[in-house]
Design a protein around this ligand. Structure first.
Ligand code: NAD
Length: 296
């Protein structure tokens, strides 16, 4: 199978490299950042010159891009995927996108005889490296079944959620919960440290107690290192995800008091100039407020 892959950053990069290493598919890669492309061509992928170039001959085209507007530009923009993909082929979006944007792009693809799957992923860069990420997929069942071998080459947990858009909704629910957890972890760490606890011992206790979670593991490693840059998952992207969850909640009239408080906390961190840090940088809002750090 010929695979076109667009966007090989923190998440798309390791997923694409596993696809190259663990399958026989011919992979052509495009990214605005040539250094990111090189990490894939070093493993045998071909560098595409443009979106059109990676799309034209591909059986499957995948994107892993930052914002819904980026996915819109790459798919529906001038000389984008829609303009170049052949009838009967499949487009898979691995980004965390807006459900409304997924449906807009899906309708445009369907009008040209292209199947679209929304397939956002979870598990962070470590999960992407180890091919243990979850992929939650929305879209036609047959298109899903046909795409499954490609998706399984970089994920051990591929789950079909239902029609187009349902993968994205599942992703927004998961991330809202994860970010609320990280906010609670910030408060717990600052409370404990302010009361005089050794932060490493507090982390050790929580890691084997009821407050533990996979997000706490990633969060506490950052907190104890005191290093929030470069990001593994940028705060700006986490803020985008929570914005999309809040937008969906508004549309459906579902109250999200915890999600909303956490979204405001992320916004405070962004306004303090930390948008390009790792998403765990919300801890710095508490640290700056209290004038003390978790890392001694
Ligand atoms: P990133 O910024 O590290 O990577 C995005 C890549 O897209 C970059 O290499 C950038 O150069 C490229 N790009 C942007 N616009 C482009 C365009 N027009 N044409 C070609 N390439 C373009 O972001 P990331 O962390 O890899 O996130 C990608 C998506 O995955 C986002 O939607 C994010 O929310 C989601 N996600 C990220 C993580 C994580 O832990 N980082 C986890 C799950 C989901």
């Amino acid at each position: 199978m010929k695979v076109g892959y667009i966007g090989v950053g923190n998440m798309g990069g390791p997923m694409c490299r596993n696809l190259i290493k663990k399958s026989n598919h011919a992979v052509t890669v495009f990214d605005l950042n040539p250094a990111a492309v090189k990490t894939c061509t070093d493993l045998g992928a071909t560098a595409g010159k443009s979106i059109a170039d990676v799309t034209r001959d591909a059986d499957v085209v995948m994107t892993s891009l930052p914002m819904p507007k980026d996915v819109e530009a790459v798919t529906l923009g001038d000389n984008g995927i829609l303009a170049n993909i052949a009838k009967g082929k499949t487009y898979i979006d691995l980004s965390t996108n807006a459900p409304s944007m997924v449906k807009k792009i899906g309708a445009a693809m369907a009008a040209k005889g292209i199947a679209m799957l929304d397939a956002p992923v979870s598990g962070g860069t470590v999960g992407a490296e180890n091919a243990t990420i979850a992929i939650m997929v929305g879209g036609d069942r047959k298109a899903f079944d046909d795409a499954l071998p490609v998706l399984q080459s970089f994920s051990a947990n591929v789950i079909h959620m239902g029609p187009l858009g349902t993968g994205t909704v599942a992703k927004l629910c998961n991330n809202m919960m994860a970010f609320c957890n990280a906010a609670a972890a910030s408060e717990a760490m600052m409370l404990g440290v302010t009361a005089g606890l050794d932060p490493a011992k507090l982390v050790q206790v929580i890691a084997s107690s009821s407050g533990n979670s996979s997000i706490f593991k990633a969060f506490s490693e950052r907190a104890l290192s005191g290093k929030f840059s470069p990001p593994s998952f940028a705060l700006n992207l986490a803020h985008k995800d929570l914005h999309l969850a809040m937008e969906l909640a508004d549309e459906l009239d579902v109250p999200l008091p915890l999600g909303s408080a956490t979204h405001n906390l992320q916004r405070m961190a962004r306004k303090m100039g930390m948008g390009n840090n790792d998403s765990s940088t919300i801890l710095n809002v508490y640290e700056k407020t209290l004038g003390k750090t978790v890392k001694p």
